[in-house]
Design a protein around this ligand. Structure first.
Ligand code: SAM
Length: 233
């Protein structure tokens, strides 16, 4: 039960491409809060313009989050209601916000921190992957250099479907690294979900490499990898 007379931080999920994918609650919240913390004001402005929302935007991203936290805490102390959004999907999930929420929890600050659930690329992709969804392991982005091989070796041992985020210009390298360290496995790749050029690929890592799916250098990708042994199921 939210506590009254205390500032509230709303962690608000926003669309991952199609601006219609936003809940009524999220829109009401974004309209009525004292201000919105957002990763990139230009991107969140597009959403606000579409829904005629005039709330003030304050940038909150990886670069400035250390400095912003004390202001946000002061404002919550003054009973402000604040929404936190990222460029797309659910804040804190491979996106800024975790440090703020963690600061509130670690310091036992008595504000409400409430989720306004909605889209997340990871669960959207898993839901249409056809790969086992009863148990999954979310990796987010693989390390680019240091620790990359170690992480992929850890993934090898995981007895669940594995979810990776990937940038378009790295999909080729990631598929070949996965093939080198994991061998061939069933995978599903979702590109540009909810957008005009949405594409889904289902097959094995080797078949994806052979299809050259990476030749399109644009778009955003989620990769779901089946656990070892799923090929023969
Ligand atoms: N917090 C976000 C969420 O909950 O989905 C994820 C943010 S992370 C910085 C961005 C990554 O999510 C992209 O690089 C891509 O891997 C994935 N992603 C976001 N939108 C996507 C979409 N429409 N289609 C496919 N992948 C997407």
């Amino acid at each position: 039960m939210p506590k009254i007379n205390l500032g509230t931080l709303y962690v608000v999920s926003t669309p991952i491409g199609n601006l219609q994918d936003i809940t009524k609650r999220a829109l009401d919240c974004l309209k009525t809060v004292d201000y919105i913390l957002c990763e990139d004001t230009r991107i969140t402005n597009r959403l606000l313009l579409k829904y005629n929302i005039q709330s003030k935007l304050i940038s909150y991203n990886e670069k400035n989050e250390h400095n912003r936290i004390s202001k946000v805490i002061d404002d919550l102390n003054n009973n402000f209601n604040i929404a936190l959004v990222s460029d797309a999907g659910t804040p804190c999930i491979s996106d800024p916000g975790y440090r703020l929420v963690s600061h509130i929890k670690k310091n036992n600050l008595d504000f409400n921190v409430l989720p306004l659930p909605g889209p997340s690329a990871a669960l959207s992709a898993l839901s249409v992957s056809g790969l086992p969804s009863d148990s999954f392991y979310f990796v987010g982005f693989l390390p680019k250099k240091k620790g990359r091989q170690k992480k992929i070796n850890q993934i090898k041992e995981i007895d669940s479907s594995i979810i990776l985020y990937e940038a378009p210009y790295r999909i080729n390298k990631t598929l070949s690294d996965l093939y080198s360290y994991l061998g061939d496995r069933k995978i599903f790749i979702a590109r540009e979900m909810t957008k005009m050029y949405e594409q889904h690929f289902y097959g094995t890592i080797k078949s994806m490499i052979d299809q050259n799916i990476h030749i399109n250098p644009k778009g955003e990708y989620v990769i779901i990898i089946a656990k070892e042994g799923y090929l023969v199921e």
